[in-house]
Write a protein that binds this ligand. Structure first.
Ligand SMILES: C[S@@+](CC[C@H](N)C(=O)[O-])C[C@H]1O[C@@H](n2cnc3c(N)ncnc32)[C@H](O)[C@@H]1O
Ligand code: SF4
Length: 391
């Protein structure tokens, strides 16, 4: 992929017409959680050429280079700072990056601006500063309220710290606050997860993401399981936990809108993630970040040092792909099936239509009007449903 291809996509009428998002990756963590394979580095893993102190100015250079690809740059509807731990950077650095996006692209009126936050990396003052500088949404990684579960996950914070972060965020005036939960961790009991859900509901957040613990290859958790120190998470337990999440959250007034995401109101849904799931367009800045503009996708160099060195020469592109029609079809079905708005049946090919009838007969989905929507059982088996629809 050349810079010319990106520029052509950036200047296409389709980009100007549709919503546009900006993702900023912040690749730093104090320590690495044993289950995590995200592109993040502790201080000792960072090489030369980049540091937490210089990061904001480096990523701001990418934002300026990104804007130069457009003519004119589109307004940004959603911004998402993810990691890593974005809130390891001082609030003034996050504010400066956001201000650069605003100066280079322009934030659309009512733009959603989210940052992920680890509980131990924020306090009342830092959250007030982030709110004052334009952040509207906070996503706090609580994972669990059971101390022994947090220990298996290598989390650095106490349960109380996560709830305090939610409280500080609401007092600071964040319109939307979300909690991330992980279920199915070895050693977690049904009662542990019920208590976690209760704490999440009682905290007053308007959004919850709940993910089954995935054992990623190459992580410390995978090694501990292989060596027999930790039991492997069970699919049956994960299914039970998912049902418990649905029950507790729906009783508390949340509705699912993506298989792993629940919101109290339509306004509380994460617009940035919806943009990904609905095949929208975004620029991803920072090491390893992925971008998507009409017909093109690319990703940046993964290691912060390599990224910073490449950025000094131009856009820090590491690779790209142009999806074939078949790949685009599969991806659209995969993402849409997982959303509560459902899959327009007209998107399916003839063989997919036949599979859809079987999925409905098996009680995994219903067809309402022109939409195929997963049932609760279908949500548990969403991957299998997608496989059937696209076989
Ligand atoms: C990569 S983290 C970044 C945010 C922040 N550093 C934190 O840990 O809260 C985003 C979310 O991904 C989820 N996550 C990461 N690795 C996972 C895994 N192996 N299985 C399930 N969820 C995972 C966690 O819930 C986490 O809150
Ligand atoms: S704090 Fe978040 S990003 Fe960092 S290692 Fe843990 S889960 Fe991964």
């Amino acid at each position: 992929m050349s810079v010319e291809a990106i520029t052509a996509a950036a200047r296409s009428p389709e980009t100007a017409r549709e919503g546009f998002g900006f993702y900023v990756h912040v690749p730093f963590c104090v320590s690495r959680c044993g289950y995590c394979d995200f592109n993040t580095y502790t201080a000792s893993e960072l090489g030369a050429g980049v540091s937490r102190e210089t990061y904001a100015s480096i990523v701001r250079a990418e934002i300026r280079a990104a804007a130069a690809a457009f003519d004119p740059p589109p307004n940004v509807d959603t911004v998402f700072f993810g990691g890593g731990t974005p809130t390891l950077l001082p609030p003034s650095d996050l504010a400066a990056i956001l201000a650069e996006i605003d100066a280079a692209f322009g934030l659309a009126p009512g733009a959603e601006v989210t940052t992920e936050a680890n509980p131990e990396s924020v306090d009342a003052d830092s959250l007030a500063e982030l709110r004052d500088s334009g952040f509207t949404r906070l996503s706090v990684g609580m994972q669990s309220t059971a101390p022994h579960v947090l220990e298996v996950l290598d989390r650095e914070h106490s349960p109380a710290r996560a709830l305090a972060a939610v409280d500080h965020a609401r007092r600071a005036g964040f319109a939307h606050v979300s909690l991330d939960l992980i279920y199915g961790t070895p050693g977690e009991t049904e009662a542990d997860f019920a208590a976690t859900l209760k704490a999440a509901v009682d905290s007053g957040v308007d959004h919850v993401s709940a993910y089954a613990l995935i054992v990623e290859d190459g992580t410390q958790l995978a090694r501990r399981i292989r060596s027999g120190h930790v039991p492997r998470p069970s699919d049956d337990v994960a299914a039970d936990r998912y049902l418990a999440a649905e029950e507790a959250l729906s009783e508390a007034g949340f509705s699912w809108y993506e298989v792993s995401n629940w919101a109290k109101t339509p306004e509380a849904r994460c617009r940035h993630n919806l943009l990904y799931w609905e095949g929208g367009h975004w620029w991803g800045a920072g090491p390893g970040a992925h971008s998507h503009l009409p017909g093109v996708r690319w990703w940046n160099h993964k290691h912060p040092s390599t990224y910073a060195a490449a950025l000094a020469q131009g856009l820090p592109l590491a690779g790209s792909e142009t999806l074939t029609d078949e790949e685009r079809y599969l991806e659209r079905i995969l993402l849409r099936t997982r959303l509560s708005v459902g899959l327009p049946v007209s998107w399916l090919r003839t063989d997919g239509m036949a599979a859809a009838k079987q999925v409905v007969a098996d009680g995994l989905a219903v067809i309402e009007g022109d939409r195929l929507r997963l049932t609760l059982r279908g949500r548990l088996l969403a991957d299998a449903v997608v496989r059937d629809l696209t076989a």
